[in-house]
Design a protein around this ligand. Structure first.
Ligand code: AMP
Ligand code: MG
Length: 416
């Protein structure tokens, strides 16, 4: 008797592993040219184009980390209190009046420059002030509560490497170095389109057999977070000629094309055929679930990521395939999603040879977090994304999971 399959992954043929796909991406996709200098306030999310070596030391001078009294360590009695005469008052931004000589202390505030000779600061809470005398308890270490010139960034040190994506903290580093402008890679322009006769634009009337386009909003959201320009090409019907024309035009004007839907083996799946006819196809099936049908290739010389139609699969494969392509194109240091150890509180069975991702919520606070599997698992189930915290990653080798087993957890914040 013929066996009908209820597993859409059961069809034969070779599937490419996700690690091999990633390697292929970084081998085949090269950074685009074009470097520009932008003001620091415009640099958020851009990719640094050159190494930044510190043109000044930060901090630029030895200074106090607290409000208190700057003293000479060698003046302090290690066994009992020491009383010193207070001579100066050094606020942040001002010069000390003079070097500190033996037997003297200087009142100093956070960020104030240490006077020459002083090598330790006593917090005001640990001192007793009486007129111009200050008494200090024993037990402090040399250099305590001070910041040494250059201890954060020595003059000439490598502060940030080319390829770093500039987040708020990186902007802080550049600003602290006094740099008003920064060399960054040209912003990528990425064409984004959805495919499908059934797919409609939100806001438009919906036919009885139609669905609204969720993918373009998920994908545009992730693209915008990555700091690229999105060329929104809307929805393209399941028509080979229209799709091929749209892709060929997009290839002329953009750095990367991202599509969703139409990459399976059905007769209405035209993306793969268009790549094969108008460019070259590198792979179209990955050994992952959800998201097996995902194509990578190029139209003309422009790379293309053909993501699956199901929204959960589209989101996951964006993170695993499209994002590395964007990093390769923009010369950005590749992001490696961090995995955290956690405990599965569900059983699971799978085949070897493919990596599977299970949508889960985090539970429990003591010890390793527990992962609860979401009760609906279809790759089209949008609420499975909004109601969970991330993905349990089950390796290619895993075949069976018992509740209580340790698994890797990937929070969505690491992916998108
Ligand atoms: P496909 O890969 O084109 O066969 O699509 C797989 C499933 O995803 C089908 O049920 C489609 O209707 C659905 N789908 C395709 N594109 C979208 C989209 N842009 N938004 C939401 N669902 C989609
Ligand atoms: Mg389709």
């Amino acid at each position: 008797m013929a066996q009908l399959s209820d597993d859409c992954f059961a069809f034969g043929g070779s599937l490419l592993g996700i690690d091999a796909a990633r390697q292929m991406i970084f081998e085949r996709v090269r950074p685009v040219g074009g470097i520009e200098r932008v003001p620091l306030r415009r640099a958020l999310g851009r990719t640094l184009a050159e190494d930044i070596t510190a043109p000044i030391a930060v901090p630029g001078f030895d200074n106090s980390a607290v409000d208190g009294y700057a003293v000479r360590f060698d003046d302090l009695d290690p066994h009992g209190p020491t009383t010193l005469r207070c001579v100066d008052r050094i606020a942040a931004g001002h010069d000390p009046a003079a070097a500190l000589t033996a037997g003297l202390a200087a009142r100093i505030f956070t960020g104030g420059a240490l006077p020459a000779g002083a090598d330790v600061v006593i917090m005001q809470e640990d001192c007793q002030r009486d007129g111009d005398l200050v008494t200090i308890r024993p037990g402090i270490k040399r250099h305590a509560n001070t910041r040494q010139a250059g201890e954060d960034m020595p003059l000439g040190s490598l502060a940030l490497k080319a390829g770093r994506r500039l987040g708020p903290a990186e902007l802080g580093v550049l600003a602290a170095l006094g740099l008003a402008e920064v060399p960054v890679r040209r912003r990528l322009s990425i064409a984004l389109l959805s495919t499908g006769d059934e797919v409609r634009e939100p806001g438009q009337p919906l036919g009885s057999r139609q669905i609204y386009d969720a993918n373009r909003f998920i994908l545009a959201g992730m693209l915008e977070r990555l700091g690229v320009d999105v060329a929104d090409l809307g929805i393209v019907p399941d028509d080979a000629a229209t799709l091929a024309d749209t892709l060929r035009q997009a290839a002329e004007t953009t750095d990367l094309i991202i599509t969703s839907g139409g990459v399976s083996t059905g007769e209405e799946d035209h993306v793969r055929t268009a790549i094969a006819n108008h460019g070259s196809l590198y792979f179209w099936r990955l050994a992952i679930k959800p998201g097996r049908p995902v194509a990578m290739g190029q139209i003309g010389a422009t790379p293309l990521a053909g993501l699956p139609g199901n929204p959960v699969a589209a989101l996951l494969t964006f993170a695993l395939v499209a994002r590395p392509m964007i990093e390769a194109l923009s010369g950005t240091e590749p992001h490696v999603a961090r995995r955290f150890p956690a405990i599965a509180d569900f059983p699971y069975k799978k085949k070897t040879g493919r990596r599977e991702y299970v949508r889960v919520s985090l539970e429990g606070t003591a010890g390793l977090p527990k992962l609860r599997r979401y009760h609906k698992e279809g790759a089209g189930m949008l609420t499975s994304l909004t109601e969970t915290d991330g993905l349990a990653e089950l390796t290619e080798e895993t075949t069976r999971l018992q509740p209580g087993a340790e698994v890797a957890f990937v929070p969505y914040s690491e992916l998108i």
